[in-house]
Design a protein around this ligand. Structure first.
Ligand code: SF4
Length: 364
């Protein structure tokens, strides 16, 4: 079976941000080297089962920009490149140097996703980030100097203490840097994080109404500057939508490589063990490090397609909906939350802001 989309999970970071809910750990140099070898080994094992012919490769984390360029090069050297269109690496602004950017370009990286999060110093302090807004500016400059034009800036909104004005200022500063893509995520309070504890103790407070207003205003600002709001949290200039993420949202098969990475192929979905030492040990012994496996039946795949499709500006083909669901669609159209475009049901901008709540109507 041919696989066109690969994700590599690099679980190491220099510090752990107090809101982070991913499987990440502080990375020591030795661990990074061992992990790189293990990722290569896992690819080799997977090649016995699948024909890997990637159109998109995404190296995410964690902070993969902590790895040496040589390690990224080794990792990429075992992949076919004939049909590769998009090769993204996620980067922390403080880890990007002139040399690293040039070496990434040389090994074929053509898209960099920079974890800016905010251009406001106070927001960055609250988020426990070590970088300053100036590091984001410098990163963009260095990437562009190296010839990498396709730059995404990741932002968070709903940060404690952040108001609408400061979010708009942050985004305006981002726009001044002329990125091709902006991702904008609402801060979530993941269990077992210091932020979750602070929320429970009443030190932080969520204001969902304010969050909706922030997203609405942000969407307004970015679309006015030519960005297409093509997924609930993603904005791109024409021609710069993320091919890799679109593959997820369209329900395509993908392999996730690395500790805690998730894969979906046909009706099977599995997740690797969320422990880098156990992961390295298993693949070194020639085994896949799968911790959980589930079978997806036709109905659950259908529901997932609806859930993911509703979050995008492509919507969902009407053929996915039964009679009962079409009545819900009529009501959503009447309420101005959705519209029919050709043979598809698409949420309006107002609907998109509450896409997850709307999806619940179709999930039962
Ligand atoms: S840099 Fe990103 S992945 Fe690493 S701890 Fe912070 S939020 Fe999590």
């Amino acid at each position: 079976m041919r696989i066109e989309h690969l994700y590599f999970h690099f679980p190491f970071c220099a510090i752990i941000c107090p809101y982070c809910g991913f499987y990440v750990t502080i990375g020591k140099r030795k661990d990074i080297a061992l992990l790189t070898e293990a990722l290569i080994r896992e690819v080799e094992i997977l090649k016995d089962y699948y024909s890997l012919d990637p159109k998109t490769v995404y190296i995410g984390g964690g902070t993969p920009s902590l790895a040496k360029s040589e390690e990224i090069k080794q990792l990429l050297s075992i992949l076919r490149k004939e049909n590769l269109q998009e090769l993204t690496i996620e980067a922390n602004p403080r880890t990007i140097t002139e040399q690293k950017a040039a070496e990434w370009k040389e090994v074929g990286v053509n898209r960099v996703s920079v974890g800016a999060q905010s251009m406001n110093e106070q927001d960055l302090l609250i988020l426990g980030r070590r970088h300053k807004p100036k590091d984001v500016v410098d990163s963009v400059y260095l990437l562009r100097k190296a010839g990498i034009e396709n730059i995404n800036l990741d932002f968070i909104f709903g940060i404690p203490g952040q108001d609408l004005q400061s979010l708009k200022q942050s985004l305006q500063m981002a726009l001044d840097l002329a990125p091709k893509h902006i991702s904008l995520y609402c801060l979530t309070y993941e269990e077992n994080t210091p932020f979750f504890k602070a929320l429970q103790e009443g030190k932080f407070r969520r204001d969902e109404q304010k969050e909706i207003e922030m997203m609405y205003e942000a969407s307004d600002l970015l679309t006015k500057h030519g960005f297409i709001h093509y997924e609930i949290s993603n904005f791109a200039l024409p021609g710069y939508k993320s091919l890799h993420n679109q593959a997820y949202w369209q329900g395509k098969d993908y392999l996730g490589i690395g500790p805690s990475a998730c894969s979906t192929v046909g009706t099977k979905r599995w997740k690797n063990v969320a422990d880098h030492s156990l992961y390295v040990k298993a693949v070194k012994e020639g085994q896949l490090a799968i911790a959980e496996m589930e079978s997806l039946d036709g109905e659950s795949k259908n529901k997932e397609k609806i859930f993911l499709g509703l979050r995008t500006n492509q919507g969902v083909a009407l053929s996915y909906f039964g009679q009962k669901e079409r009545e819900v669609i009529q009501w959503l159209v009447f309420e101005g939350l959705g519209r029919i475009v050709g043979e598809r049901f698409v949420l309006t901008r107002r609907g998109l802001l509450v896409a997850d709540s709307i999806a619940l109507y179709f999930m039962n």
